[in-house]
Design a protein around this ligand. Sequence first.
Ligand SMILES: O=C(O)CCC(=O)C(=O)O
Ligand SMILES: [Mn+2]
Length: 267
Amino acid sequence: MTRGGELACRGRGRDQRKPLLTQRLDLPRPQENLRAGDTSVLFQTNSLYIKSQQSKPGTYEISTSTSGVSRLRIFPSFIEPREVEWMFEQLHREIPWRQKSNVGPDGPYQEPRLTCWYGEVPYTYSRSTMQANPHWHPLLTMLKDRIGEVTGYNFNSLLCNLYRHDKDSIDWHSDDEPDLGRDPVIASLSFGETRVFQMRKKPPQEEQGDYTYVERIHIPLDRGTLLIMEGATQSDWQHRVPKEYHDRQPRINLTFRTMFPETKAQP
Ligand SMILES: O=C(O)CCC(=O)C(=O)O
Ligand SMILES: [Mn+2]
């Protein structure tokens, strides 16, 4: 019986189910231009892990809904190993990192990571705004252009993130602010320590916001790896980088985006 079959037989009662995190499944070999129907194995379990030290390269269609196809593209070693170290050092030293104060349901809090925004327009998330900053560091411009050449996407903005240690994190969210337009494409490039990028599918309406049984994907993002999120990924999924229980060295993550400030309801 497949793991999916086991899950289906286990019923809905919370205590009859194994904890979600014990469910493991190797990814099928990725293919370029996978069609949604080809990835049905992804839906036989509600927890999908991309195991191994390095994420497997390829294009993954992770779901299809009325919003469209949600797609990930993974490029391990997008930055060559001999280049990642000096780039990390330079970004760590020269980006003007700041701690942002956000506003959550329980009031203001200090975001548990450092950030820096580059773009012609301000960026607001978690009810707090980062001012426009057109003073791109030359290394960041070079990386933006290199990603553009390979992916065909011409990004105009960048949120830089520095996770100083194991207790720095970003909680569940989607990158779906109105200025990012419909179906935002996000290019995420990582340096430094490997951290796990987790995704969970938004539950159907009848689950009333209960994420207990949704599909999950875990992707270890190691230095030099480029992850692209495309299509309906921001409408249909959330993502986070959780805190860790063991020491972690600093990690830098660059999330390139395209802002469409003039058109609120976008192209
Ligand atoms: O650090 C990461 O890999 C993800 C960061 C992220 O999702 C964000 O800043 O919106
Ligand atoms: Mn994000």
